[in-house]
Design a protein around this ligand. Structure first.
Ligand code: ADP
Ligand code: MG
Length: 214
């Protein structure tokens, strides 16, 4: 499994927008990097043993200043040690806090029969409870990507509904196309998860990325 900073570096290579990030080795460095990135920031554990970071208490969002960062740094290490005493800790990821917005999921999985296959859905209950997701065999075209979005039952939410403004569908199409290219050019990828990708009225941003290799 590639760690979040490794997976995000690959995303950047493929033109997939991600939150600004840096890895800190200690508390003091975390504060320094937070200042460089700009507040508010998010801190996350970086450990090969921790796959679901928030389950381990390894994600702290909306940190407003240096003392928030120091406190969150200590709390994350404490939580993770309690969760898995043997987890190897590489460091703590300091990243830009993305403004809240609609959460989407972009995924790819290498199917034994169909090869690299793309998935798209809206985050949270839409995927987990309602299974409102779309699939296409990669490589996909721009038309395929657009269909993956518009075929969702939840599409009206993206198009703009009551007080939720319309989301930037073109930005999502571009993330899907670039992800398709990424997995086609790197067949050793068994699974890729951009979860969530926040989508705005203008643009989109990946706040978490995971890549599993064969
Ligand atoms: P994991 O999926 O491993 O538990 P995430 O990195 O996805 O960890 O973080 C959990 C949740 O925290 C995300 O689904 C998102 O809602 C929020 N989050 C994480 N990073 C950011 C960020 N940089 N900006 C805003 N929200 C974030
Ligand atoms: Mg996640």
């Amino acid at each position: 499994m590639l760690l979040e900073p490794e997976a995000k570096l690959i995303c950047v290579e493929y033109g997939i927008p991600v939150t600004k990030f840096k890895v800190a080795a200690d508390e003091e460095e975390a504060v320094k990097l937070a200042g460089e990135i700009g507040y508010p920031v998010v801190l996350k554990i970086v450990s090969p043993e921790i796959i679901h970071k928030s389950d381990a208490g390894g994600v702290m969002v909306n940190l407003q200043n240096a003392s928030d960062v120091s406190e969150a740094y200590r709390k994350i290490l404490e939580n993770v040690k309690k969760y898995d005493a043997n987890a190897k800790i590489i460091g703590v990821l300091v990243q830009e806090m993305a403004p809240q917005s609609t959460e989407t999921i972009v995924g790819a999985i290498k199917d034994p029969q169909f090869g690299q296959t793309m998935m798209f859905g809206l985050g949270g209950v839409f995927v987990e409870l309602l299974k409102d997701v779309s699939f296409r065999i990669a490589p996909i075209t721009a038309d395929d990507a657009r269909e993956m979005i518009t075929q969702l039952k939840a599409y009206p939410l993206l198009k703009g509904f009551r007080n939720s403004p319309p989301a930037d569908i073109d930005a999502l199409v571009s993330v899907l196309l670039n992800t398709s290219r990424l997995v086609m050019e790197n067949p050793e990828i068994k699974e890729l998860d951009l979860n969530p990708v926040l989508v705005y009225q203008k643009g989109a941003k990946t706040v978490d990325a995971r890549i599993i290799l064969e």
